[in-house]
Ligand binder design. Structure first.
Ligand SMILES: CC(C)(CO)[C@@H](O)C(=O)NCCC(=O)N/C=C\S
Length: 197
C-alpha cells in the first residue's frame, strides 16, 4: 500500500470557535487510522486563541506559540521558526480565522508567529481559512474586502455558516462544521500531497 504523506499546519485564532480545535485535530489524526495516510500535524496558535481550548487535551509537542519562536532563535545561524514552518507545511488551514487576524493578514501585518507564517507563505502551497466571528462583525463592510483580498492571493475560504451564536445572535458567522473542514482537507491531501513514503 503506497502511503500519502502530508504535513498539515493548522492555525488557530481568537474566535470562540477555537473551542473546536481538539475535535478538528482528532478528526485529522483519525486519517492515520487508514493505511494510506501518513499525516503529520503542527498547530500554530495566537495568544488570544488559548482562551478557548484546553491545551492539555492536545497531543504533546503539537502546539507552537509565539514563545516557541522566540525561544528557538537566540543567535545568528539558529533556525527562524516561521520560515521553517512555511517550508515544512504542505497545506495550511486556519480554523477559526477571527476578524482580527483576517484583517492583519489582509493588510500584511505580521506581529506573531501565525501572521509571520502567512506573511512568508509559499503561494505554490494551499492555504485555507475558516472565518468565524459575531454576525455583526461578519456583516461589517470591511470583512468582505478582507476576504476578497485573501482570495485574490489564491487562498481558499471555507465559508462561515448561519447559527445561533454563543452571544445569542442568530446569523452567519459560525465556523464551518468540523466535518466539513476535515473532509475538505482530506480531498486536498489526495490532490496535493506526495505519494510514497
Ligand atoms: C462557538 C460555535 C462553534 C458553537 O457552535 C459557533 O457559535 C461559532 O463558530 N461561533 C463563532 C462566532 C463567534 O466567534 N462569535 C462570537 C460572538 S457571538
Amino acid at each position: 500500500m503506497e502511503k500519502v504523506s502530508c504535513n498539515l499546519l493548522i492555525g488557530v485564532t481568537g474566535s470562540v470557535a477555537a473551542l473546536k480545535l481538539p475535535l478538528l485535530i482528532q478528526s485529522l489524526l483519525d486519517f492515520n487510522k487508514e493505511e494510506r495516510y501518513n499525516v503529520k500535524i503542527k498547530i500554530v496558535t495566537t495568544e488570544n486563541a488559548k482562551h478557548f481550548y484546553d491545551t492539555a487535551v492536545l497531543p504533546e509537542g503539537i502546539l507552537l506559540d509565539d514563545n516557541t519562536e522566540w525561544n528557538s532563535w537566540k543567535n545568528r545561524g539558529d533556525p527562524v521558526m516561521h520560515i521553517e514552518l512555511v517550508k515544512w507545511a504542505d497545506i495550511m488551514v486556519i480554523a477559526p480565522l477571527d476578524a482580527n487576524t483576517l484583517a492583519k493578514m489582509a493588510q500584511g501585518f505580521c506581529d506573531n508567529l501565525l501572521t509571520c507564517v502567512t506573511r512568508a507563505w509559499d503561494f505554490s502551497k494551499p492555504l485555507l481559512f475558516c472565518p468565524a466571528m459575531n454576525t455583526k462583525m461578519w456583516h461589517h463592510p470591511v470583512t468582505a474586502r478582507h476576504i476578497a483580498t485573501l482570495k485574490e492571493w489564491g487562498h481558499t475560504e471555507i465559508p462561515p455558516i448561519k447559527k445561533l451564536l454563543i452571544c445569542g445572535d442568530t446569523g452567519i458567522g459560525a465556523m464551518a462544521e468540523v466535518d466539513t473542514i476535515a473532509q475538505t482537507i482530506r480531498e486536498l491531501i489526495d490532490e496535493v500531497c506526495k505519494k510514497g513514503n
